[in-house]
Design a protein around this ligand. Structure first.
Ligand SMILES: [Zn+2]
Length: 62
């Protein structure tokens, strides 16, 4: 019995055997996931406080 594998990017069923891109369904999804991951990394040093500032701005209008 084999569990169904799904692509983390597009949720499509993934062909497991002979698939060099697994757990992704294709190289495209593999790169898309990597790209999103890298983007998240870049956002961390950006400033998570931005959300706080927006909140503060709302409670204290100029
Ligand atoms: Zn996919």
């Amino acid at each position: 019995m084999e569990a169904e594998r799904r692509c983390p990017t597009c949720r499509a069923r993934v062909q497991w055997q002979d698939n060099p891109c697994r757990p992704f369904c294709s190289e495209r999804c593999q790169l898309a996931d990597l790209g999103g991951w890298v983007a998240e990394q870049y956002r961390i040093p950006g400033s998570p406080l931005g959300v706080d500032m927006l909140d503060d701005d709302e409670s204290d209008p100029a």
